[in-house]
Design a protein around this ligand. Sequence first.
Ligand code: FAD
Length: 829
Amino acid sequence: TQRVVIIGAGIVGTNLADELVSRGWTDITVVEQGPLYMPGGSTSHAPGLVFQTTPSKTMTNFARYTIEKLLSIEKDGQNCFNQVGGLEVATTPARLEDLKRKHGYTSSWGIEARLVSAEECLKLYPHLNKDVVLGGLHIPSDGLALAARATQLLIERTREAGVKYLESTPVTGIERANGRVTGVTIPNGSIAADIVISCAGFWGVELGAMVGLSIPLLPLAHQYAKTTPVPSLVGRNLNEQINGKNAELPILRHQDQDLYYREHGDQYGIGYYGHRPMPVKASSLGLTSKNIDEKNMPSRLEFTAEDFDPAWKETQRLLPMLRDTEIADGFNGIFSFTPDGGPIVGQAPNLDGFWVAEAVWVTHSAGVARAVAEVLTTGRSQIDITECELSRFEEVQLSQSYIEETSSQNFVEIYDILHPSQPKESPRQLRTSPFYAREKELGAYFLELGGWERPFWYESNKELLNYLPPKWKPVERDAWSAQFYSPIVAAEAWKTRNAVAMFDMTSFHRFEVSGPGALDLLQRLSTADVNTKPGTITYALLLNDHGGIRSDIFISRLEENLFQIGANTATDLAYLSREARHQSQKGNFVQVREITGSTCCIGLWGPRARDVINDITTDDFSNKGLPYFGVKQATINGIPVTAFRKSYVGELGWEIQTTAEYGQRLWDIIFQAGKIHGLIAAGRGAFNALRLEKGYRTYGTDMNTEHNPYEAGVAGAVRASKWEDYVGKAALERIPSKQKPARRLRCLTVNDGRSMVLGKEPVFYNGKAVGYVTSAAFGFTVRKPIAYAWLPGTLDEGASVEIEYFGRRIKATVVSEPLYDPDNKRLLA
Ligand code: FAD
């Protein structure tokens, strides 16, 4: 068993100790800077509201497990969760609509919930002002976590199981040797460890700094206040007054005004997110580990009453009975916000054995702890944690200014109604491709990802709408799905399918894997046989030990010992780099280098792509000169390029890559030469639609570590005859190949040919929610909206299903895929 040190005895650290010890790990020490009875972190004052439902399946599943666990932690006949239910109310028509969308998530992720009328809201919550509330969403399984009590009981039970606790003991350093942690430094010595997990909450930044690791979280103060006793509630007899179970009404959320509520016996607790962001530097708080009590702890700052004024006014409007009360006690409590709102979980890319589990709410605490424990003990978490990965951030997203600005913005927007495509307004233009100036000239509409500006369509193509054949005319969209969309996308799709278009592919991750051990590394990590002739591209999966998909990649063998990888995320880079480091340490040298920003890439695709290329190169771009899935060096009007014969949109063409300094010239040459062949620049709007028609999956959206290649429909990337061992091979071999998977990623088309969905909507079969949509787009070539969805394996082609979209049921049909060019005639043209 490994020697483990957990830093922090908040709700996350104690849960993690519990999850590890229950999996048989025995050598665990929890080090806490505060006193154990009240460590003084965020957990010590958390009011504990648990609203489970979010757009994220992962986070919702974490919350569900947290509730399950809190219900199971018992002492003196009482557990640690008060399942009073949750009620979210709408006071604006927009919110009322949004609650319908949220209800969709509850069905997608399997949480029971009901949209309720204003009258029902009042029945559930009699204190509401009936003149204000328009309706609500009721989730019976939500409720109140007794976080402080749970922490104490977890300490008690893990101690009995052998976990050691050191209190009033700050960790002041992380000890390392040869790229691995070896222990932690504490005031009177050190503790040796093979694995150190920082569960330091908003102190995470300080712990990260000890190992040169930027932890992208921002501690922010958030206001919480308690009223004086409500006269009409004084003396009421709550069944369970002991141990904090002093509430019986549902927890209440009034997101239109950034407010939430719970009962505390005869008092009310009010949480407020409507105030200005109040960032805090954890290191400035000092260690007040002596004299910690309920009112005096590092995570609790002085109440700023003036910031709370609007909340108090609004509260008296929503809950008129509180007009008879005053604020008895308020504070500005600190907890973590992150650039994308997600928690930060995983192993440090730069240091083996150093893990973090931070920026985690009480709501998700046990779920996150279980995931980390599973990864440590078995190599994977049953709930996918891709979107929580510490390594998901791009370098530019780890700068202090980026973290501060985006995390503060997340605080501001925490209860806002956000469209899934809505981009950050700031910071922008952090990363632009060499084509950026030209794209702007063409009126590109940009959305942002990973700091990159990515064109979604070009206003310069607007006039094409006048020439669109009737069959290609875009259908009217509802107001929600029409956001961040333009009908121009239809024209760009039409041009790609019928002439030729150029797409900026620069923002896709590109890595170089080189050295004498390069082949061995890729053979060991990927499902494909990449011992191919130089000049060959291979589509492959990276799996975990359990056969779950951790990424899908393109591996191009450029030379004997030089490969280029087309990958998905920064997490892929962290994984490949770590594995390369380990292999090199064993003497089989291999290097992984990110080349995304130093290179750029144009996808030149469409039936006339060859006409364009032949006008600007003397190299052979025929099927013989560069067959499908081939790659070669070439020259385009004097510019050295690497040409990859592949296409995400399912048309003849190449990804043409060069180094950054030639980018703009390459763009100009192709654009000019293409004009007479009808070439346009096209954006990601068309790209997404075309790729779905072709059935190409997007990692993270359509599939993740919870899925195996057979279920996800990417078994073609698994080379059955590969004799070399690779990660996940044994697990795949245990999956009976003839058996129908219990669930499958399926292609649906919408029957009415016009109703759009956007992703994450629930799918119903015979009236029962059986799955959810992953990606969706209007398929311009097939003239129908397309949705990919996870569905039971028993649903075959032809099955009729319904997709719920803002409370409306849209009829759809399971169809065979890909919808477009199943024989690859276009690709092979
Ligand atoms: P913490 O509880 O902060 O624990 C981290 C521990 O690490 C601390 O005890 C600290 O002393 C220790 N530590 C730090 N550095 C060191 C070091 N160098 N050496 C040793 N020990 C160290 N969440 C919800 O889900 N629902 C809510 O309703 C809710 N309401 C909230 C209301 C307020 C006012 C606030 C402030 C937060 C609220 N939260 C809520 C958020 C929630 O409280 C936190 O996200 C959660 O408690 C974090 O738990 P943790 O274990 O990660 O961190």
